[in-house]
Design a protein around this ligand. Sequence first.
Ligand code: C2E
Ligand code: CA
Ligand code: CA
Ligand code: CA
Length: 275
Amino acid sequence: AKADGKGRARLFEPAMDAHLLFRKTFEADLRGALQRGEISVHYQPLVDTETRSICGYEALMRWQHPVRGWVSPAEFIPVAEDTGLIDALGEWVMRQALQEAARWPDHFTVAVNLSAVQFRSGALARTVISALAAAGIRPERLHLEITESVLLAASDQTLATLHQFKNLGVRIAMDDFGTGYSSLSNLRSFPFDTIKIDQSFVRDLSTGPEALSVVQLIISLGTSLGMETTAEGVETEAQYACLQALGCTHVQGYLFARPKPARELDHAASPPLPE
Ligand code: C2E
Ligand code: CA
Ligand code: CA
Ligand code: CA
């Protein structure tokens, strides 16, 4: 057993070291990314299903590493959350997105994602108010997207912050709806303005009646609660037609546009119609 243990140690230690080294390097790189200008924001249009026209954008954080190239947010956001870097990165994205939105048509909305970690500092509401004022954006145009993880850990302070946003007129969207724990009770704990239907349900719309039933249920739930419903990950006309028929108010997805840098946005472009 002893020899076995030694053998194992020899086998696994270098791998562990490599992993740890990678993680430490990754963290150090992320720590300096903002100052080095490697962080940017891409924008994906939000399409109104009543008019099939663009009515706003979601801001999505991007990291272009000098060696590794584009790093997926799915990879660096969790590290930013663990290290506390998300506060600075999140504030930067918020200010950037609001400044950008000031150049868009005045009725366009701007959606910004918030991590549960950002609610811990107690400074979030002040930051948002200051960023709105600096950009001169009406609070109603800002949509803050939170996932169920925010409510899972919801302290009184988190709920107070959310209500502060509501009182300001800022809109709150529940992101990735249906993928977290106790989705339904979360809808009761806070008056959301929008439910975002997770792209996994949209993807499976054509593969069977189950996803269709779930999507139908979420849309009627949202509608009856007076909320808007946004479907994410819409890639085909068939998905779009189905969602529109079900009464989904907004969609987002590659069918219309991938997230793009601000300078490449074309607000007037009506999303392409089917042949
Ligand atoms: P999310 O908020 O659910 O954002 C939607 C994701 O779906 C984005 O991935 C977007 O590029 C992608 N997407 C949009 N349309 C389609 C489509 O038609 N098909 C497919 N397959 N994907 C589509 P992205 O940009 O890689 O972001 C991943 C996640 O990282 C986001 O999910 C969000 O949770 C997080 N994230 C991104 N930016 C920020 C940020 O500024 N702050 C925080 N806290 N999280 C962020
Ligand atoms: Ca989102
Ligand atoms: Ca989402
Ligand atoms: Ca997501």
